[in-house]
Design a protein around this ligand. Structure first.
Ligand code: ZN
Length: 425
């Protein structure tokens, strides 16, 4: 059985290694990005097999979505992406255009030449062709729907455009230092498979399957089955934005060799419930202890006179103190719950929006105590606090670590199963 690689898409996600969780500040002389640490620098072993960088994140689009400062961008191109990100030399670096950022445009904002140049100067190992996402899909999950009329015409236009650009891109990439990857888009399994056939004819052996993010698992597997049906023996698939590792066995069967996803990182601070992930699949709510001096919503409430700043500061400090004592076994769960409830009361959290009932489970399990990752080992209960970027992002890194461990476990399992079958190689 083949291995499957997890690529982590970078969105300028790094943490300040000098951050002091007691004093709540880092080294004031630090230079952002240069002195900060990416996940592969935080853990003793990188929590992914490769990284993915989008042109849209580095260069922005016409509407200006770049996350890089001018100085960072110049350094990125001068040093090459791997040196800029201090990525291990043997770790593959994949590039794409970041098609989500221009999904509403009529056409992609970049020419094939611009994208090839981006991959060349950046020193990428793998480069994904210029594409335009198709979001309509004829789902068979719950409600069956048909794509027709104007919607179908737009799907056909986007697929044609993506394939024309892919053809041009493949020719331009010959002799360049990166392996070109084509993108297959479609609105049902059949149209996706047709894209795969067309890309293989152009010469592509690495094909990414796009537009799968909003799809239910049943639909993703239908797409994979159809694409596998037309797959040449040397063709490998990459899944864009998909991280459901429980399907690893099916991925392997259908010729998937890699995937990427930011969702474990994002869930740490964007999800209402699943903030802290564990290897068993259980997820936990993070403990909300917003910074009185740093949380925009709380600061607005203080300014408008709704929340008393002094009372909020006292409740915040008490929360932090009791949480730390709890982690050291010097405070009870009941005391922590009381401190969290008092802080919620000062912040005037509506009962409907209260997280108190979910905190019991997190405190009961104390999952960070069992996690072997460098972050949980080093910062303990701070990883479970929903509070500022330094904690929230570290919890995201922990989630990435968990995903990677789960992937390795699933892969090992499939290898063991195959080995133990009589006659298998
Ligand atoms: Zn951890």
């Amino acid at each position: 059985m083949s291995s499957i690689k997890f690529f982590f898409p970078d969105s300028h996600d790094y943490v300040d290694p000098s951050f002091d969780f007691i004093r709540e500040q880092g080294n004031e002389h630090r230079i952002r990005q240069r002195d900060d640490h990416y996940p592969h620098e935080v853990f003793s072993t990188p929590p992914y097999d490769g990284m993915l960088i989008s042109k849209a994140i580095v260069d922005g689009t016409e509407k200006g979505t770049s996350k890089y400062t001018m100085a960072q961008r110049q350094r990125f191109f001068r040093q090459g992406a791997k040196r800029f990100m201090r990525l291990p030399h043997d770790m593959p670096l994949m590039g794409d255009c970041g098609a989500f950022s221009y999904v509403a445009e009529y056409e992609p904002p970049y020419s094939v030449d611009e994208v090839v140049e981006f991959y060349e100067i950046g020193g990428f190992d793998l480069g994904i062709s210029v594409d335009h996402i198709i979001f309509a899909f004829e789902s068979q999950a719950k409600v069956v729907r048909l794509v027709e009329g104007d919607e179908l015409a737009e799907c056909l236009r986007r697929r044609e455009l993506t394939l024309t650009l892919a053809d041009e891109f493949f020719k331009r990439a010959q002799g360049c230092g990166f392996t070109p990857m084509g993108v297959a888009h479609g609105w049902n399994p059949e149209s996706m498979a047709e894209s795969v056939v067309a890309l293989q004819k152009m010469g592509y052996q690495r094909i990414t399957l796009g537009g799968l993010v909003p799809l239910k698992t049943v639909d993703i597997l239908r797409v994979l089955e159809a694409c596998d049906g037309v797959r040449d023996s040397g063709t490998e698939f990459h899944l864009l934005g998909i991280s459901r590792v429980e399907n690893v066995e099916a991925y392997q069967r259908y010729g998937v060799s890699s995937f990427d996803s930011t969702s474990p990182l994002q869930q740490a601070f964007k999800d209402a419930r699943h903030n802290y992930h564990t290897a068993s699949g259980e997820t936990y709510v993070a403990l909300r202890v917003p910074q009185v001096d740093g949380n925009p919503a709380l600061m607005r409430a203080i300014k408008s006179g709704k929340v008393d700043q002094d009372k909020a500061k006292v409740a915040e400090r008490l929360c932090l103190k009791v949480l730390r004592e709890f982690d050291q076994g010097r405070a009870s769960q009941q005391q922590v719950m009381q401190a969290l409830a008092d802080y919620e009361a000062v912040m005037l959290v509506e009962p409907k929006k209260s997280f108190l009932k979910h905190y019991e489970r997190t405190l009961e399990a104390r999952p960070w105590k069992q996690c072997p990752c460098d972050i949980c080992q080093q910062i303990g209960i701070d990883v479970a606090m929903f509070r500022g970027a330094e904690r929230n992002r570290r919890r995201g890194f922990h989630n990435i670590f968990v995903l990677h461990e789960k992937l390795k476990l699933h892969l090992n399992r499939t290898v063991t199963v195959c080995d133990s079958q009589p006659g298998s190689e």
